[in-house]
Design a protein around this ligand. Structure first.
Ligand SMILES: O=P(O)(O)OC[C@H]1O[C@](O)(COP(=O)(O)O)[C@@H](O)[C@@H]1O
Ligand SMILES: [Mg+2]
Ligand SMILES: [Mg+2]
Length: 337
């Protein structure tokens, strides 16, 4: 039996009626969806096209790029330039902000994206994704500097991600909850398969790269150790642990069944501010998680309230089920005295 599902286009038209999304934002979301469809196609054909390996280049953050990091970035750049309201693009893979307008106006969009997240998973055929975030300018801009894009995550009007897993998912929020779409094989359309996604307040599952144990701050050690102690420990129950090394895949699992994801600032990455990037990883994922009823914190403050200091800034990330993130925050508070 096939169930009739809303297409992304029809869903956006409904959102427009209910919440006045605006034609230009709808078009932009469709362009993002198109980019993700093309990236999904490239990834699935990766072994035949011989594009799963390393490129000859490094990105601005000194990371060796995969060929698909570059390809996915080019796909986003070419499609997002279509929208007449997009003033600037900020990509993980590009050093400076790309200005598409000489005189951006109030109401124009800034789009931030990680074209391919978890790309170390590519050549082992594990899940990867794309992450995006949209902010509206609240004033006309005369000086096109990189600093213009340093806007808090609480100002996002739209964020989401695509997960290139066994199926391709597009998860989206325009500030009215979170909705999940799946790309249909054949038509290639995104159809609404997970309406109004909510994550459970409590959980017994956590995700952290435990190989970094020796670098962790005391509150993170305390949290993980208490989980590992199981029913006889202070948490009084058994915990499960998962690590895919792809933030998109971890966040998606948490959105579907609860859990908490930690990539904290630690002794090894503190000089960079952490591992994950604020503007195109932490903020959009924080927005999605909050819109689904969860919480996103650095351990010491709400991620979406962080004032960015640089457009490739990194940050400590703890997000997921509300009660669990609150507990980890309380351990930081106690440790800081
Ligand atoms: O290898 P590690 O340190 O566990 O890193 C995994 C983390 O790095 C990232 O892959 C960073 O993303 P990029 O692939 O976009 O650089 C996150 O998705 C993930 O959470
Ligand atoms: Mg990433
Ligand atoms: Mg990336």
């Amino acid at each position: 039996m096939t169930i009739d599902r809303l297409t992304l286009r029809k869903f956006l038209l409904q959102e427009e009626e209910k919440h006045g999304l605006g034609h230009e934002l709808m078009m932009l979301i469709e362009d993002i969806g198109t980019s993700c469809r093309i990236i999904a196609h490239q990834i699935r054909n990766g072994p035949f096209l011989d594009i799963l390996g390393t490129a000859e280049t490094e990105n601005v953050q000194g990371e060796t790029q995969k060929q698909l990091d570059v390809i996915a970035n080019d796909i986003f750049l070419s499609h997002l330039s279509n929208c007449s309201r997009v003033a600037a693009l900020v990509s993980e893979e590009i050093d400076n902000v790309i200005w598409l307008k000489d005189t951006p106006k109030k109401g124009d969009y800034l789009v931030y994206f990680d074209p391919l997240d978890g790309s170390s998973n590519l050549n082992v055929n594990m899940s990867v994704g794309s992450i995006f975030s949209v902010v509206e300018l609240d004033e006309d801009i005369t000086d096109l500097s990189n600093d213009v894009v340093l806007i808090k995550g609480s100002k996002q009007i739209c964020a989401g991600y695509a997960l290139y897993g066994p199926s391709t998912s597009l998860i989206l929020s325009t500030g009215n909850g979170v909705n999940g779409f799946t790309q249909k094989i054949g038509s290639g359309e995104f159809l609404l398969t997970f309406p109004d996604m909510r994550l459970p307040e409590e959980t017994a599952e956590f995700a952290i790269n435990a190989s970094r144990f020796s670098h962790w701050e005391p509150p993170i050690r305390r949290y993980v150790e208490e989980c590992l102690e199981g029913p006889k420990g202070p948490r009084g129950k058994s915990f499960n642990m998962r690590w895919i090394a792809s933030m998109v895949a971890e966040v998606h699992r948490i959105l579907m069944r609860g859990g908490v994801f930690l990539y904290p600032k630690d002794a090894n990455n503190a000089s960079m501010g952490g591992k994950l990037r604020l503007l195109y990883e932490a903020n959009p994922m924080g927005f999605i998680i909050e819109q689904a009823g969860g919480k996103a914190s650095t351990g010491r403050s709400r991620i979406l309230d962080e004032q960015p200091a640089g457009h490739h800034q990194r940050i400590s990330v703890i997000l997921g089920s509300k009660a669990e993130v609150e507990l980890i925050d309380s351990y930081h508070l106690e440790a800081d005295g």
